[in-house]
Design a protein around this ligand. Structure first.
Ligand code: ATP
Ligand code: LTN
Length: 334
């Protein structure tokens, strides 16, 4: 608890152009939750280098991502928006937690398996221990709640196990966090292959709607979305493409999938697909405009970066010092 509010932590990687999946599965919920919780939203740039990055591009994308958090509607005066690499406690706690995590646990992580298949030429130790750094992110702030898409559930389960293991040995040091999965948009699938999640690192740009796509591009991508030959708008497993479009439309309009199905009852894909595109455009346009406005205000963004890194350092150092004492590191001499 901070100032009587429960604590929330989440983070996103600046490893590509953000997709509608990132927005509907994560960022949109972050905005809603920011009213209720004491929130720490990090740009997890240390996670990003588990895959080789161009330094200039990473730096630029990290700043864009932080700006996007604000453009989406998270108030940076009330919430802590910061770069993970600006707070050294993340790396320090991750090291300690590495010593409380088993190889067998990390071997089971499906994201590690997927990413090592994708980057077979660079299966580095950081990619393997990635979930431990994620656990450190969350536990440093004593987070109660962690909003993520379904794909991150396994990492969150591991975080809970590490926290419980540590608490069992040393007493109540860490808050054991709960996942928060949004009701709609928890898993947006690729428009080109509805069996795969929409992902910013997908090589086929037609599978993803990027947050910065212009209206014509969004319309074209939605019209080309892979569907089926059933011809009816129904929310069922057998029609994964249509089901995904229903999810997108519902998440963008605030309707339930059932309401969406009722609205398009008896209508064809030729009518539904452009309606999906329009719904997406009406969500993304204001976001894009605000992003463009904020990006021009360098001094303002710099101020946020500095202030919030200080706040994050202050809060995280409290946990870190406690943990260091518990494991037996000598006290600092003042
Ligand atoms: P990458 O392709 O680089 O692995 P990604 O698009 O999967 O990236 P992440 O940075 O791993 O995105 O995720 C940021 C947040 O967005 C996480 O909370 C994740 O659960 C959520 N998210 C990512 N993709 C989707 C999706 N298709 N649907 C819903 N939520 C998603
Ligand atoms: N692994 C996450 C990003 C991430 C995160 C976190 C999410 C890093 N640290 C802490 C929630 C809490 C991802 O790839 N989406």
């Amino acid at each position: 608890m901070i100032d009587g509010k429960k604590v929330l932590f989440s983070g996103m990687q600046a490893t590509g152009n953000l997709t509608l999946g990132n927005y509907l599965g994560a960022l949109k919920n972050w905005v809603t939750l920011s009213e209720e919780y004491e929130c720490f939203y990090s740009v997890v740039d240390m996670h990003s280098i588990t895959v080789r990055q161009d330094p200039a591009v990473l730096r630029k994308r990290a700043r864009n991502l932080l700006t996007l958090y604000i453009a989406a509607g998270i108030d940076p005066k009330k919430n802590c928006l910061y770069y993970q690499s600006h707070v050294s406690g993340h790396a320090e706690l991750a090291w300690i937690l590495n010593c409380f995590t088993y190889m067998g646990e990390l071997n089971r992580m499906t994201q590690f398996k997927d990413k090592s298949a994708k980057h077979a030429d660079n299966i580095n130790a950081g990619l393997f221990t990635y979930p431990v750094l994620m656990a450190a992110d969350i536990l440093l702030y004593q987070a109660d709640v962690v909003p993520v898409g379904i794909d991150q559930m396994q990492h969150l389960e591991l975080t809970r196990n590490i926290a419980e293991r540590f608490n069992n040995i040393y007493g109540d040091v860490f808050t054991v966090p709960e996942a928060y999965i949004g009701k709609v948009g928890a898993k947006i699938m690729s428009l080109q292959d509805p069996s795969k999640k929409m992902s910013k690192s997908d090589e086929n740009p037609n599978g993803s709607i990027y947050l910065m796509d212009d209206p014509d591009t969004i319309m074209r991508k939605c019209k080309r979305a892979v569907t089926d030959s059933e011809g009816c708008i129904a929310y069922r497993e057998e029609q994964p493409g249509i089901r995904n479009l229903i999810d997108i439309y519902s998440a963008c309009t605030g309707k339930t999938p059932q309401e969406t199905v009722a609205e398009f009852d008896g209508k064809g894909y030729g009518e539904f697909k452009p309606a999906v595109a329009e719904a997406v455009i009406s969500v993304l346009k204001p976001l894009q405009d605000e992003f463009a406005r904020l990006s021009k205000d360098k001094a303002y963004i710099d101020g946020i970066i500095k202030e919030n890194a200080e706040k994050a350092s202050y809060v995280s150092t409290k946990t870190l010092r406690k943990v260091q004492r518990k494991v037996g590191f000598p006290d600092r001499v003042r």
